[in-house]
Design a protein around this ligand. Structure first.
Ligand code: HEC
Ligand code: HEC
Length: 278
């Protein structure tokens, strides 16, 4: 028996009707697909248009730790999910519509390149859904300087450990870079970078980053434009920056506010760059 043109039309009609019903049942969630911006860069619901809600840092830390293991050593995914995913669990759309797998690219300092610690990028990206550059920068500075100076990891998953159970060593990275953060920890503790303990260390650190990131998030909601970073600019950035990051100086060449010391301090590992420094 062939399918008549009429059957086809009815079939399509039924499908369209079915689609329409789904849209109504799903309520607002379908609207995102319906509204297509007319011009380049125009954003549905506006830029930085999402509404932030306060979260429980301990709950987010647990979600982030689980997220890290769920996607396989995915620090950035864990942190981003620990904020936006948890908002989605509590408040639904639009938070739960984010394609979270995008953040999987953060693994190992972006696809194992060891650049920015993926966990830190995950938090900055989450903040950017709510606040533009001027408001976001003090939040990022607060989180990143805390990361440079704090003995990590702190988080203890107790019975929920998914990698190595029990205590693991901690250290201060001095750097927001995955390469420096991981390599120093491995060197100081004589643990191979491919060891399961190192995976666990980064999983716990993912939980630590989201805990701090959510404290900052909550404080920002409370204080609005009055939110300020509590950390002083690093000594090295202040000192080196007076020549290398000051407008009008002949040697104003250096980009960024990472602590300069791990790379330019003349340690055993980096060599003495300053023997003949002016
Ligand atoms: C008083 C000004 C001043 C301060 C402070 C200063 N520098 Fe420099 N730096 C210079 C000058 C001048 C040069 C040489 C530029 C040239 O070669 O023409 C230089 C060169 C350098 C170079 C290139 C060196 C080379 O041999 O290739 C690096 C890297 C550098 N500085 C990093 C730093 C860091 C890191 C700090 C902080 C620990 C710092 N500087 C503090 C003035 C300064
Ligand atoms: C992650 C490591 C790292 C950090 C952190 C870092 N630098 Fe560098 N910096 C480098 C490397 C690598 C170069 C390129 C050196 C080269 O090619 O000779 C460089 C280049 C420079 C140069 C240009 C001189 C040259 O020889 O190319 C200056 C000036 C400089 N850095 C200053 C700073 C200052 C000031 C800070 C802190 C605000 C800083 N750096 C932070 C690694 C780093």
């Amino acid at each position: 028996m062939g399918i008549s043109r009429r059957d086809c039309l009815l079939g399509f009609g039924a499908l369209v009707a079915g689609g329409a019903v789904t849209s109504i049942v799903d309520g607002g969630t379908k609207l995102v697909h319906a509204a297509t911006p007319a011009t380049r860069f125009q954003q549905v619901n506006g830029e930085f248009g999402w509404t932030p809600h306060k979260l429980d840092p301990a709950e987010c830390a647990e979600a982030a730790y689980q997220g890290y293991w769920y996607k396989g050593y995915a620090c950035g995914y864990g942190v981003f999910y620990g904020i936006i995913g948890v908002l989605g669990e509590k408040f639904g759309a639009p938070y739960n519509q984010f394609p979270f797998a995008m953040l999987e690219a953060n693994k190992g300092g972006i696809s194992d390149w060891g650049t920015i610690c993926g966990a830190l990028y995950g938090a900055a990206a989450a903040y950017a859904l709510f606040w533009g550059r001027d408001e976001r920068t003090p939040m990022v500075n607060e989180l990143y300087r805390w990361y440079e100076t704090t003995n990590l990891p702190i988080y203890d998953p107790k019975d929920n450990a998914q990698g190595v159970k029990g205590a693991i060593p901690a250290n201060i990275s001095g750097s927001v870079l995955c390469h420096i953060s991981v390599s120093k920890w491995c060197y100081e503790n004589k643990i191979e970078a491919t060891d399961k303990k190192r995976n666990e260390r980064c999983g716990r650190l993912t939980a630590d980053v989201v805990y701090k990131a959510v404290e900052i998030f909550n404080k920002k909601i409370e204080l609005g434009k009055d939110f300020k970073t509590t950390f002083a600019v690093q000594d090295s950035v202040e000192y080196c920056g007076s020549c290398h990051q000051t407008k009008g100086q002949e040697t104003n060449w250096a980009k960024g506010v990472m602590d300069c010391a791990p790379c330019h301090s003349g340690t055993e590992a980096t060599g003495n760059m300053f023997k003949d420094h002016p």
